[in-house]
Design a protein around this ligand. Sequence first.
Ligand code: PBG
Length: 334
Amino acid sequence: MDTRPRRTYLNERPRRNRNTAGIRALARENFVRVDKLIEPLFLIDGNSRAEPISSMPGINRLSEDKALSHIEKSLGLGICSFILFPAVDDALKDKHASYSYRSDCFYLRVIRAIKQRFPEAVLISDVALDPYSSDGHDGIVRDGKILNDETLEVLGKMSLAQAEAGIDIIGPSDMMDGRVGFLREALDTAGFTETGIMSYTAKYASAFYGPFRDALASAPKFGDKKTYQMDPANAAEALREARLDAAEGADFLMVKPALAYLDIIHRVKEATDLPVVCYNVSGEYAMVKAAAEKGWLDGDKARDEMLLGFFRAGADAVISYFAHEFAAHRAAIS
Ligand code: PBG
């Protein structure tokens, strides 16, 4: 005689909520919204220039005219925000990054042009010395050391020049101590009380920035960035940086990179009442593109899963080189 029970009694059957596409949609907890994505753009001087970046397939360095037409397309796809990086000629670089606040700096000119044409676009800048520095470091270098307080002065001039050009939010990516408070005061004193600060709060000394440094030719000329960028082994230190940036007046906190730092996104989000942004960096983009090119994974699905993961971890917004193609893909399927 068969003594086995005829049915297995399970109070909970989580699979019921995965049964059909409709039920899965009801149960879905997190979403990627195009207006929560920030698109990074690499800018170059000149006209009619769109230079591909070999380690970042699909991404180009754009001159003003090309950037304007690209932004028009992105806005049409629902992207609202852009973070802008200048690729500066080596001949214009010096130890003090003085080109960054020169009145003829092409980056400032392009910011003005974008703001004038698309006043509704949210523009975020990069505030750090490395794109303009002959040393390729984010701060002023003397005798092989990065000088914190001297660097703040330059970051201040750079920020004011960008604010004057019409940037909505400055993005200090340099990791110097005290720069958020210093820049807030500098902006306020000059009357730019409405200019926001998106601080690179927890920026790690990461191998995943490789393709970005190719894009800007901004790799350090000597040494590494470990005396200012954070040790990938640390988490409590991110909370310390978050506390300081919030106290100094940051409007957004950023965690960077994102993929290997989902725990940091989550912990910073729990610890603050400020919006948290993460930066899905160049190396994370390049990894997916390279594997997809080889046919080793489905690039579209990997991209979507990665972006979703950042929001699930707690990010309020995500900076990603995938922004444009994600938005285009979404528009195509809907
Ligand atoms: C430098 C800066 C870097 C990135 C953004 N701002 C590189 C670095 O610190 O060397 C990297 C972004 C990316 O890899 O996508 N101020």
